[in-house]
Ligand binder design. Structure first.
Ligand code: ZN
Length: 433
């Protein structure tokens, strides 16, 4: 019954499914899930034969169990390993940059970004990612998508959305840098702001438009014309103003930052996370560790761009081959991890095709992270970065019933997370085994 109700809710195949009260009734149901093996992310160990009792979409209890004693209609995952639902802390669900010119930002109307978002949200959830932090989308498409998922109109993960990244004039994320000065685009897709007053206003505009966090560009970037990833952009004063304004509303701040100087500036301003960090130096690693800010390194997007697509970045100030640049990126990851920097899983989905998110686990392990920590980075630690540790990130009483199932043991072979065979979000089954 439960599985039928959940699928019905997501697919909206019948009229009854369209009414929200149906969802509310379904959520009131109680359900028992029996896991043959459960991943305890806190201890980094496997527990065998565990019953999860789920009530109103939340986990009520997690106990050792004998299937003989369970209710007759329990959901049987005895053949599977059950980790918590995964979290990707850096996605762009409303963007398909990986398509290159075929997804030209200046061709499509605003609605297109929301439409691709609905497709990508579904792929992401079905890949086992029950929560994402979406860090920049044009036209508030991310806000529209977040609300559509929450209302049950479309299938997708829980979304924390930043609205468009706030960037300086001509900074990373600015469309149309390649155009002649007399053909510049309006700034309604991205959000350009210069100086503390404009930056403060940009944050206020985002707060009014109901963002969940603020994203700033602290350096240039790869995907923007006339922008150098190694070059710092916002001043400490500008970013400090953004952080101050965001904090008034209880919002966190993520900083896109590749170059070492921009990373230092962002940390001095008090941001909560450094996104990318590709040119992080020893001083930056120390500053990161001391600040307690998170590092979100998108190894998968980097591999896609540099290795899989072998893109030409000769105009970006890189001195080495793409292979050497990717190896250097992995070396930074290893150094930061070994130094004890807090790290959260984030892939920059959209730079590569959505739904492949879990491929990053293997790259993290290859770069020196333990399997248990790679899984923690996408559960416990990502939930901390999102400020949502109370709500999800582990399978424990009081947390959301967000869980997945895989064959095999991710603590010994992390690639099993690339083949998710069951997904539950908030107690509703999305993918049945
Ligand atoms: Zn990104």
């Amino acid at each position: 019954m439960r599985i039928i109700a959940a699928n019905c809710l997501f697919m909206a195949l019948s009229l009854a499914c369209l009414y929200p009260q149906q969802a509310a009734e379904a959520a009131d149901e109680e359900l028992t899930v029996f896991a043959g093996r459960l991943v305890d992310v806190r201890s980094g160990s496997i527990r065998s034969d565990v019953a999860l009792r789920i009530r109103n979409g939340l986990i009520a209890s997690v106990e050792d169990a004998d299937p003989e004693t369970l209710p007759v209609d329990y959901l049987d995952l005895s053949e599977y390993t059950v980790p918590p639902g995964l979290i990707d802390a850096h996605t762009h669900l409303c963007d398909n940059s990986y398509m290159g010119q075929a997804f030209g930002h200046w061709i499509y109307p605003a609605a297109s970004f929301g439409i691709v978002g609905t497709v990508n949200a579904r792929k992401t959830l079905r890949a086992g990612f029950t929560t994402v932090r979406d860090v920049s989308a044009p036209f508030y498409a991310d806000i529209a998508l977040r609300d559509a998922v929450e209302a049950g109109w479309v299938e997708g993960p829980r979304i924390l959305a930043s609205g468009a990244m706030i960037t300086m004039t001509g900074g990373h994320g600015t469309w149309g840098n390649w155009m002649a000065p007399d053909h510049q685009l309006s700034t309604n897709a991205h959000l350009q702001a210069d100086g503390v007053d404009e930056v403060r206003k940009a944050v206020r505009v985002h707060v009014r438009n109901r963002v969940d966090l603020i994203k700033l560009a602290a350096t240039g970037g790869f995907g923007t014309a006339n922008s150098l990833p190694g070059a710092a952009s916002y001043t400490v004063a500008e970013m400090r103003t953004a952080v101050e304004e965001a904090r008034k509303h209880g919002l966190r701040v993520a900083a896109h930052a590749h170059g070492a100087a921009g990373i230092r500036n962002a940390l001095a301003a008090g941001v909560d996370s450094i996104e990318h960090g590709s040119m992080l130096d020893d001083e930056g690693i120390e500053a990161l560790r001391d600040s307690g800010a998170y590092l979100v390194m998108d190894l998968l997007a980097a591999r896609f761009d540099l290795i899989e697509e072998n893109r030409d970045y000769s105009d970006k100030g890189l001195e080495n081959s793409n292979e050497a640049e990717f190896a250097a990126f992995q070396a930074v990851f290893r150094k930061a991890y070994e130094a004890g920097v807090r790290m959260a899983f984030g892939t920059d989905a959209g730079i590569y095709p959505h739904g492949r998110n879990a491929e990053q686990f293997a790259l993290m392990v290859e770069s020196g992270m333990s399997n248990a920590d790679a899984i923690r980075s996408a559960t416990l630690w990502a939930a901390e970065l999102l400020g949502k540790s109370e709500q999800f990130g582990e399978l424990a009483p009081g947390k959301a019933a967000d869980l997945i199932a895989v064959s095999g043991n991710p603590l010994t072979d992390v690639t099993v997370l690339e083949r998710v065979e069951f997904v539950m979000k908030g107690g509703a089954v999305v993918v049945a085994p």
